[in-house]
Ligand binder design. Structure first.
Ligand SMILES: [Zn+2]
Length: 105
């Protein structure tokens, strides 16, 4: 009796290397205008995290757009709030541009 080889049950997958383009930083965040706005925001809020999620006692070091630039938010003090890194990470936008956490101001 002649043996017959069976085809593999697992489909072949591409082994091509996928290259992800590097994340493009918005050049505005490197500008002197942004640096001045950022410092003014942090000073106005006295480096106190304005999200203040339960348990947050961290120093605010980030000036966060309340309405994101992507959604047309202005680069003005009225649209900025000081937040700590931990809270900022919790409320960042998802891949659809929606905030994951609630803003308090
Ligand atoms: Zn915080």
């Amino acid at each position: 009796m002649k043996l017959k080889s069976l085809s593999p049950m697992v489909p072949r997958v591409s082994t091509a290397v996928v290259t992800v383009p590097p994340k493009q930083a918005d050049s505005f965040y490197g500008s002197a205008e942004w640096q001045a706005l950022r410092i003014a925001c942090l000073k106005r809020d006295r480096f106190v995290c304005q999200i203040a999620m339960p348990g947050c006692t961290h120093k605010a070091t980030i000036a966060d757009h309340i309405v994101s630039r992507r959604n047309g938010g202005a680069d003005t003090l009225a649209n900025l709030r000081a937040v700590c890194r931990q809270c900022d990470n919790r409320v960042k936008e998802d891949h659809l541009g929606q905030r994951r956490g609630k803003a308090t101001r």
